[in-house]
Write a protein that binds this ligand. Structure first.
Ligand code: ADP
Ligand code: MG
Length: 254
């Protein structure tokens, strides 16, 4: 495995209201090729951390200029409260959410084509903007995630698990090297959850994608992710092998 660091967050903090730190001096780093689970009770800061890493929200800065930093794939995303995520970098990072973030009234095929624009779907003008080559790439990705036969259905006609697989296909088409997923299986039944996690593991193993995935259920972390990072009240409470997580630790974590 290459030793290249692809996620490097150093000393980051975030408060939405003065005096209540949602993230409190968090440092994490992932190397290329890792598949890491992010666990923690509801409200522990998982989504805030993921949104900060994705460059969607600014972290706190301080007057002395040492308010933490986030470097993704070697490029500074945030430094001391200044958020500056380039378009080119955004295209290299796939972001997956619990609620799939597909455009409901568009077909899966069109939704997946949006990955070619290197960003989350933003409706702009006509829907016929994708050419045959774009559509071929999107069809390949839909086949890869096992839902090619649904390509021309609207997102709303599909189950949650199928919609989440379409969101993953969109990241594939985007050419993402790094996938950060915020509770991608939280609203799925066990069979769909396994399919989505199997798919993430397969992309990690066979496409070399680095994966950071927040999970509410620790069993999935244990089964799929060699390493787990646990947050408790905005601080890193554990960072190590998933196999070394003990029932006693997990009891006090939740
Ligand atoms: P998790 O994903 O682990 O459940 P979150 O990161 O969503 O945790 O939330 C951590 C804390 O930050 C919660 O107390 C939540 O209410 C608060 N929080 C999250 N986003 C916002 C926001 N946009 N404005 C105010 N408070 C927020
Ligand atoms: Mg959350």
């Amino acid at each position: 495995m290459s030793l290249e660091t692809v996620i490097d967050a150093k000393g980051i903090s975030k408060s939405f209201q003065r005096g209540t730190a949602v993230l409190d001096n968090v440092s994490i780093s992932l190397r290329r090729g890792e598949m890491v689970a992010l666990i923690g009770a509801s409200g522990s800061g998982k989504s805030t951390l993921i949104r900060s890493l994705a460059g969607l929200i600014p972290i706190d800065g301080n007057a002395r200029g040492n308010g933490g930093s986030i470097t993704m794939l070697g490029e500074a995303v945030q430094k001391n409260g200044r958020l500056n995520c380039s378009r080119a970098l955004r295209a290299r990072i796939g972001v997956i959410f619990q609620q799939f973030n597909l455009v409901p009234r568009l077909t899966l095929l069109t939704n997946v084509c949006f990955g070619l624009l290197g960003q989350l779907p933003v409706l702009r003008g006509t829907l016929g903007q994708f050419n045959d080559s774009d559509k071929r790439k999107a069809m390949q990705a839909l086949a890869r995630v096992g839902i090619a036969e649904h390509a021309l259905k609207r997102a709303t006609e599909l189950s949650g698990g199928q919609q989440q697989r379409a969101a993953i296909a969109r990241s594939l088409v985007q050419g993402a090297e790094l996938l950060i997923a915020d509770e991608p299986i939280a609203s799925l039944d066990p069979a769909s959850s396994r399919r989505v996690m199997d798919l993430l593991a397969d992309m990690n193993r066979n496409d070399g994608l680095t994966v950071l995935v927040s999970l509410h259920q620790v069993e999935y972390a244990m089964k799929y992710c060699p390493r787990t990072i646990a947050l408790k009240a905005g601080k890193v409470a554990y960072d190590g092998p998933s196999s070394a997580l003990t029932p006693a630790f997990l009891n006090q974590l939740y």
